[in-house]
Ligand binder design. Structure first.
Ligand SMILES: NC(=O)c1ccc[n+]([C@@H]2O[C@H](COP(=O)([O-])OP(=O)(O)OC[C@H]3O[C@@H](n4cnc5c(N)ncnc54)[C@H](OP(=O)(O)O)[C@@H]3O)[C@@H](O)[C@H]2O)c1
Length: 238
């Protein structure tokens, strides 16, 4: 599959899963813009991605701010001429019991993992329609379906993201815009809680990136709209 001539935006594309997705899309010929809030990680990502000769546009923009995402996606369209693929990957987890969670922590999770996706979709949709269609791929989590203690805000935010994705999918499918969400299990990134012992059982960010490129390669008559991906052999419980 080639993505030559296609333009992609990956939010939170400076590290972890987002960086792997940007690399995979770029390797197939897409022009890719990555967003994040820190200049330092964006610079490091561009040094890595650009080394392969791919066209990469780094943009400092916070998904929690609608105006910043409007400016960011506008910049992508001015630079590359349009938009075909939006990957809403930026997300955070703050893991605390509900009784210990501050109102600010709650708000930060909801603003990033839910409102941020709405802002990016809202801004991107007219550009995707202008191209006659495209993809919106939202990075959710298996935590959306398997809630666990000290993660109520995170699990709730990802469950909301699933519902948002399914509703949006039905709104825009007849415009040729295909919406899917991916629910990874534990992935080896800075985000994942460190546990003693080997990390080898976890998914690699590249495994999630592979799902993204597989989705985009699907024939247009088919829409795999939700994908679960989990480590094959996690540590046995008990
Ligand atoms: N790792 C896992 O085990 C796992 C499992 C299932 C799902 N996920 C989901 O996968 C996605 C990526 O996770 P990850 O593990 O790759 O995380 P990560 O390594 O912490 O990377 C997060 C990325 O998002 C950016 N980011 C954070 N807040 C942002 C904001 N407000 N605006 C714009 N960019 C922002 C970060 O850059 P800056 O810090 O510079 O802003 C970074 O590029 C998240 O949605 C997460 O919920 C992760």
């Amino acid at each position: 599959m080639t993505l030559t001539g296609k333009v992609a935006v990956v939010t939170g594309g400076s590290r972890g899963i987002g960086l792997a997705i940007a690399r995979a899309l770029g390797a197939r010929g897409a022009q890719v813009a990555i967003t994040a809030t820190s200049d330092a990680t964006l610079r490091a990502a561009v040094a890595e991605l650009g080394g392969g000769g791919a066209a990469v546009l780094p943009i400092r923009a916070d998904v929690r701010r609608h105006a910043e995402m409007e400016e960011a996606i506008g910049q992508v369209v001015r630079r590359f001429g349009g938009l075909d693929i939006l990957v809403n990957n930026a997300g955070i987890g703050l893991f605390r019991a509900v009784a210990d969670m501050s109102v600010d922590d709650w708000q930060t999770i909801i603003d990033t993992n839910v409102s941020g996706v709405f802002y990016c979709c809202r801004v991107a949709l007219p550009h995707l329609r202008a191209r006659g269609g495209g993809w919106i791929i939202n990075i959710s989590s298996l935590a959306s379906k398997n809630p666990f203690p000290e993660a109520a805000a995170y699990c709730a935010s990802k469950a909301a993201l699933n519902a948002f994705s399914e509703a949006l999918m039905q709104e825009v499918r007849y415009d040729g815009i295909r919406v899917a969400y991916i629910m990874p299990g534990s992935v080896r990134t800075e985000f994942a809680a460190r546990r003693p012992g080997s990390d080898d059982w976890r998914l690699s960010p590249d495994d999630v990136a592979q799902v993204v490129v597989d989705l985009v390669a699907h024939p247009s008559r088919s829409l795999p709209s939700a994908v679960e991906i989990r480590p094959s052999q996690p540590p046995r419980k008990g």
